[in-house]
Design a protein around this ligand. Structure first.
Ligand code: ADP
Length: 142
């Protein structure tokens, strides 16, 4: 299997609750490499690009508000099968469905109102990874 890259965001809830290090540690434990990393305040335009498939959903305004709450950490990580492996390490969208041992299962919050606050984003396919890396790291050469 070839080496590939993925785009990870530690979302504002993950930054605010002190889990930047946990996400990085989990990548390092699996020997994935970290090729780019920055702290960034997202803009509404970046978020509309990033969540292009969600902008028409009724909950999109909540997602945008949540993602603008504070800084996030954007990471490009690479390794063999990193996209699928890291999606497994992330767990399902709703932290209530995520098993202990996954990032969302360990650090996510039960969903009550507004956006689902689930600590991290990670690309779901090679095509998404390529598209998302361009949004957050326009100068990145993979
Ligand atoms: P994932 O992040 O697991 O790939 P999606 O791409 O479907 O999930 O959704 C993007 C993000 O939007 C989710 O991680 C979550 O923060 C939020 N979200 C998704 N579905 C809902 C929903 N029904 N209500 C509120 N927020 C949602």
């Amino acid at each position: 299997m070839p080496t590939e890259s993925t785009l990870i965001l530690v979302k504002p809830d993950g930054v605010a609750t002190g889990h930047i290090g946990d996400v990085i540690t989990r990548l390092e434990r699996r020997r994935f490499s970290i090729d780019a990393l920055k702290v960034v305040h997202a803009t509404p335009a970046e978020l509309r690009q990033h969540y292009a498939q969600l902008v028409d959903k009724p909950y999109y305004p909540d997602v945008e508000e949540f993602m603008l709450e504070g800084p996030l950490v954007a990471i490009v990580a690479s390794g063999v099968d990193v996209i699928e492996s890291f999606r497994k390490m992330t767990g399902p969208t709703n932290p209530q469905d995520a098993l202990p041992g996954t990032i969302r299962g360990d650090f996510g919050r039960a969903w009550d109102l507004g956006a689902i606050r689930n600590v991290v984003h990670s690309s779901d396919s090679p095509a998404s990874a390529k598209r998302e890396i361009k949004i957050w790291f326009p100068d990145f050469k993979g």
